[in-house]
Design a binder for this molecule. Structure first.
Ligand code: G6P
Length: 568
């Protein structure tokens, strides 16, 4: 949520900053801005809207500065206007900064220090405080201010009296630094500077950094510290064939599954971590929570109770966690604030399943299983979801001492994707006002994930409901403007499913069935039941993407959402 990028080196900063912001747009794209130092003067350019808008003006500007900070915003406080866009100056223009996170006590601080701000954002209070702090040394000012702030922050700052330095501070929100000889890069996500650097530093909570030309120094609140360099773990890169990243990512699923399955051999010793456990909690948000729901199905042979929990709920609930409880945290990004807060609360066995090495959740958990889905950039998760389900299938096989059938799975996914065409259905869907996804058992999880995909990128009013629950209320909204997709992969439940279809159609609704059995509307492949969760979502991922495009939206950048939700 919000992306920070910074550069200090021998090249012109503006192109590098824009390129960095483009890579970070998955974290937010309400507005964007840069501050570049040219001839010791700090020049800010900001625009409401996507990075594209900023790029149009910035690249026309004459600015040969070689030090700058940049930001792409996902609004939390105040509208996504140019005035609220980062970077923010203090009123005396002594300090300029970009911030990712939320300053929870900014109103209290405004009152306490009698500060008036020009924008509606919480960030401005940091600039004002830095500007009025009594210390002479900028690092000491920053340490002082950080003690006053409650909440989360990654901050990059330029002080007017020290225009050849960028200062950083971090608490909860991610911040990394990469170096390639004379070029130093700062980013919320190391992937954004990966093409320039072989390794990078990660700031931990409470760390500060001072970066000048060719030099990086780290500090904590007491002293200078030394940090180790982290190597990039080879995530494999994919070719882009489509105009939209989301379409690319759906079609990368077979490769992502293969890489993830191959890499899983590194984590086989996780088996013993399941010894002597009294229960399991599977915890995540959004799509990752849906993976938890399927995770329970994959692990249901275990003799311990398994609970699935939405992280934003779990973090405030009371649970009977013992030292023998295993909490499994699913997070594509490894940075989701609610999920991370749950890890911190769990004083028990903790296992992260993430797609991003060195992410906060991987650091916070005692054990990690890393997926290799490759960088997922479209906001709506597709290939990462498939890989999360695959991990649960692999765990199931590992714990049962069974050989997983990876080639059959990958071939089935590949073959299915090659023939899958959802275009006509996507166009027909536009004739309906309401869309519903229903299913029983595991198929209900696919229904939930399908509804989430469709609503997040096409803004359609759609819900998911367990098929059998329809008659207990939801059927009331079914009429001739309602399209229902039923996912039906279990033979033994087919007669019940057909009854449900009749109930929908008797109310004027249209019901289309996706099934692996012959004679239904959307064909799913006939394959082993453990593969079906991974395969049955594919038509609906594609449907959501098509509908979004048909409605004239960009599926990669849906309104009001962000891929990496690093604030509560
Ligand atoms: C956001 C994204 C979803 C994602 C969820 C959890 O809501 O828009 O696509 O599923 O966060 O993200 P995580 O990185 O923890 O899997």
């Amino acid at each position: 949520m919000c992306g920070i990028f910074g550069y200090i080196g021998k090249k012109e900063a503006k192109n590098i900053l824009i390129e960095g912001l483009e890579s970070l747009e998955y974290r937010g794209y309400d507005s964007a801005g840069v501050a570049i130092v040219e001839d010791d003067e700090i020049k800010i350019t900001k625009r409401a809207g996507k990075v594209e808008e900023l790029k149009k003006v910035l690249l026309k500007n004459e600015n040969s500065g070689t030090l700058g900070i940049a930001h792409t915003r996902w609004a939390t406080h105040g509208l996504p206007t140019e005035n609220n866009a980062h970077p923010h100056f203090d009123s005396k223009k002594n300090v300029v900064l970009v911030h990712n996170g939320i300053i929870e006590n900014y109103l209290e601080l405004k009152n306490e220090f009698k500060i008036k701000t020009a924008s509606q954002v919480d960030t401005e209070i940091i600039a004002e405080l830095l500007s009025i702090m009594p210390e002479d040394d900028n690092l000491e000012k920053l340490k002082h201010v950080s003690k006053l702030l409650k909440g989360s922050y990654a901050i990059a700052i330029i002080f007017k009296n020290e225009p050849d330095a960028i200062y950083l501070a971090k608490k909860e929100s991610p911040l990394m630094i990469g170096q390639d000889n004379d070029d130093i890069f700062i980013s919320s996500d190391a992937n954004a500077f990966k093409k320039y650097c072989k390794s990078f530093y990660i700031l931990n909570n409470g760390d500060f950094a001072k970066i000048t030309y060719n030099n990086i120094e780290f500090f904590n609140k007491n002293k200078k510290i030394y940090k180790k360099l982290n190597k990039f773990i080879n995530t494999f890169s994919f070719q882009s064939n489509n105009k939209y990243i989301m379409l690319d990512e759906i079609f990368q699923t077979p490769d992502a599954l293969r890489e993830t399955a191959n890499y899983f051999s590194n984590f086989k010793d996780i088996k013993s971590y399941f010894n002597n456990i009294d229960k399991i909690y599977l915890i995540g948000c959004g799509t990752a929570y849906h993976s938890c729901l399927y995770g329970k199905h994959y692990l249901n042979f275990l003799k311990v109770p398994i609970f699935t929990e939405i992280a934003s709920e779990f973090r405030y609930g009371d649970y009977k966690i013992t030292k023998n409880t295993l909490c499994i945290f699913i997070s594509q990004s490894g940075e989701t604030a609610d999920t991370l807060a749950c890890v911190k609360k769990c004083k028990c066995k903790t296992l992260a399943i993430t797609n991003v090495p060195n992410s906060s959740i991987t650091f916070a958990c005692k054990k990690t299983i890393l997926m290799k889905a490759g960088w997922e950039r479209a906001v709506a998760s597709t290939k990462a979801y498939s890989c999360q389900l695959l991990i649960f299938y692999l765990l199931r096989c590992l714990l049962l001492d069974k050989q997983p059938h990876i080639s059959s799975l990958i071939n089935a996914v590949k073959k299915y994707l090659a023939t899958l065409n959802m275009e006509t259905l996507s166009k027909n869907l536009l004739n309906y006002e309401k869309v519903m996804f229903i299913g029983r058992q595991g198929d209900f999880v696919t229904a939930k994930e399908s509804a989430l995909k469709l609503k997040e990128i096409s803004y359609l009013n759609c819900i998911a409901c367990p098929s059998g629950e329809l008659k207990h209320g939801t059927l009331a909204i079914v009429d001739n403007k309602t399209l229902v997709f039923m996912i039906a992969t279990q033979k033994k439940l087919m007669s019940k499913n057909l009854l449900t279809k009749d109930e929908i159609e008797a109310r004027g609704g249209k019901c289309l069935i996706a099934s692996c059995f012959e004679g239904y509307d959307i064909k799913l492949p006939h394959t082993q039941s453990n593969f079906l969760p991974i395969i049955s979502i594919l038509p609906f991922q594609l449907l959501a993407c098509n509908v979004s495009i048909l409605k004239g939206y960009n599926p990669d950048k849906p309104r009001n959402l962000s891929k990496s939700v690093t604030v509560e």
